[in-house]
Write a protein of this length. Sequence first.
Length: 96
Amino acid sequence: MTDATTPQKTDRDLVLDLITTVLAERPHLPDRLDESTTLDEIGMDSLDLIVVLSRFEERWGVPYSDEETDWTVFKNLGHLADSLVARARAAGREIQ
């Protein structure tokens, strides 16, 4: 239960939490990640991105296509989170 003194997480924070949790489960990726972490520096590949997109779809019902699995288009994890939030909003989904 939250009250007026408990800060609410933004949509971006919630999506970033999902991304970092999913990636921390991947055995070849570090478990300390933040919004400025680049996908290249952690060795993220398209399979890792598919896992993130699948979990995002499970949680918020926003499907993805094979064309969206190019991890090189994202500058960092924050950019990936922003893109996923924008996709959810475009699909009319509320992130909570």
